[in-house]
Design a protein around this ligand. Structure first.
Ligand SMILES: C[S@@+](CC[C@H](N)C(=O)[O-])C[C@H]1O[C@@H](n2cnc3c(N)ncnc32)[C@H](O)[C@@H]1O
Length: 355
């Protein structure tokens, strides 16, 4: 039977169209925030104090006053900066730990990078046709940095003081000088944080992406971190006290094989610390997450293509390792215990797996 088409209510069409344009607006607001971060405009506006004008900001930054005025009005229109008259502008106090202070755990401006380059998007569109994905490498160095910027603030501020003490005996072992590997290390941020906090350890980063390892090499400086363009198969058996896999297991085409491989790299008292994106495994419950659409967008453009980049890939997607799935994966790979620790990090949870 043919479905009867009824014309939609024009008011609902209008409201729906507005909702769609607001998403377009979000894209442009993010771009404006990126420019603000790149040109240090938030820092300058903060230093300039309440009620600053575009001319004052121009004097302070050496940038063009007309461009600054339009940017400031864009910020005020988006509600990121306060202004009633479009002439004088104030950065509210709550913006400082989000847009100015790079050391703050809530710093978000660094993650508001421009959208994917057209060549990457072409690959994703093609993946819709073929069902086979795109390697992380295709995202390029900018992609590796973009991904790192999203997780950086929490890894820098919470890993050592809040996460590690929740794993029995781990801090003591790290102080004594442990062998640590990060699988799927990306730009090696977690290893850099650990190598600074526990200088007696030996640190190895593994990632099959030469782009990510290239970016990591530029950042590790003199820290005692060896980097390998390789996956789990290159990791020696029984060699590590601690293996980290942060925001990466769901990206792997064969997480089951990787988990079994990690098990081999650990002695019986070793620990695998996995950081995964917070999800319940139930879409209806996950709807409470105010940035769920962003997470699914990341999934379609980044995580899912990576997880389908090999034949028979699991394609878990960004939200693909909720507690039950992680528990099953760990047990099947030969881990005797899989525990979850939740430090109330808004986007992530941590799993501790022991042989
Ligand atoms: C979202 S990034 C996370 C990087 C880093 N751990 C972080 O927290 O910033 C995921 C990383 O997993 C890596 N990856 C993908 N498949 C992998 C595999 N099979 N084995 C190891 N790493 C893999 C990617 O190259 C990418 O660098």
């Amino acid at each position: 039977m043919r479905r009867m088409e009824t014309a939609p209510d024009p008011d609902r069409v209008k409201a729906y169209a507005l909702a769609v344009w607001q998403h377009k607006q979000g894209e442009l607001v993010a771009l404006m925030a990126h420019l603000g971060d790149r040109l240090d405009l938030y820092t300058a506006l903060h230093a300039s104090g309440p009620g600053s004008t575009a001319e004052q900001l121009a004097q302070r930054t050496g940038l063009d006053a007309r461009f600054l005025k339009e940017w400031l009005r864009a910020q005020a229109a988006a509600g990121l900066v306060q202004s009633d008259d479009g002439e004088s502008f104030t950065l509210p106090a709550e913006a400082v730990p989000v847009l100015v202070d790079r050391e703050a755990r809530t710093f978000a401006a660094g993650a508001l990078t421009p959208p994917l380059p057209p060549s990457v998007l072409d690959g994703v569109a093609e993946a819709f046709r073929t069902g086979s994905g795109v390697l992380y490498d295709r995202l390029g160095a900018e992609g590796a940095r973009r991904i790192a910027a999203m997780g950086d603030p929490w890894t820098r501020t919470a890993l050592v003081p809040e996460v590690l003490p929740r794993v029995d005996g781990l801090v003591e072992r790290l102080h004594a000088g442990a062998d640590v590997a990060d699988l799927g290390c990306g730009t090696a941020l977690a290893l850099r944080v650990l190598a600074e906090a526990f200088p007696g350890g030996r640190y190895h980063g593994y990632d099959p992406s030469s782009v990510a390892i290239g970016a990591a090499r530029e950042l590790v400086g003199d820290l005692p971190i060896e980097l390998h363009v390789a996956g789990v198969r290159a990791m020696p058996e029984g060699a590590f006290d601690l293996v980290l896999t942060f925001d990466a297991l769901h990206d792997m085409a064969h997480p089951d094989r990787v988990a079994a491989g990690v098990r081999q790299t650990l002695p019986d008292d070793g620990v695998w610390l996995v950081k995964e994106v917070r999800s319940s495994g139930d879409f209806a419950r996950d709807r409470r997450n105010p940035v769920l659409a962003m997470l699914y967008g990341l999934s379609v453009t980044t995580c899912l293509p990576s997880g389908l980049s090999e034949r028979g890939g699991a394609g878990l997607g960004t939200l693909g390792l909720p507690p039950q799935a992680m528990e099953e994966l760990g047990r099947e790979a030969g881990f005797g215990s899989v525990e979850q620790i939740d430090i109330r990090e808004p986007a992530n949870v941590y799993y501790v797996l022991r042989p």
